[in-house]
Write a new protein. Sequence first.
Length: 116
Amino acid sequence: MAVNITIWHNPRCSKSRQTLALLQERGIEPEIRLYLKDPPDAEEIRAVQKMLGLPVIGFTRTGEKIFRELGLSKDSPEDEIVRAMAEHPILIERPIVIAGARAALGRPPEAVLEIL
């Protein structure tokens, strides 16, 4: 049975483009979710967090201006960060590839091969 593969993709991000190309070179045509236009809700972010096996801050773009503007820090409660990620999807590190019940952050892009 084929596993459904999805990439949370930002075409303006070189790592995201490289990860998508890596998948396609292997004959994988993932479902492409342009997460900036179709943002995940807090529940989806939490589900992906469990699949990644990372703390929320581990896939948060803490260098984004909005992170500081919202008064967030690496010590902020996870629920606050998740809520901010759902409201401001630019805070979600990219790309994230989801394959069945597993997920991987494409940094470096080859990291996603472990879940395929």
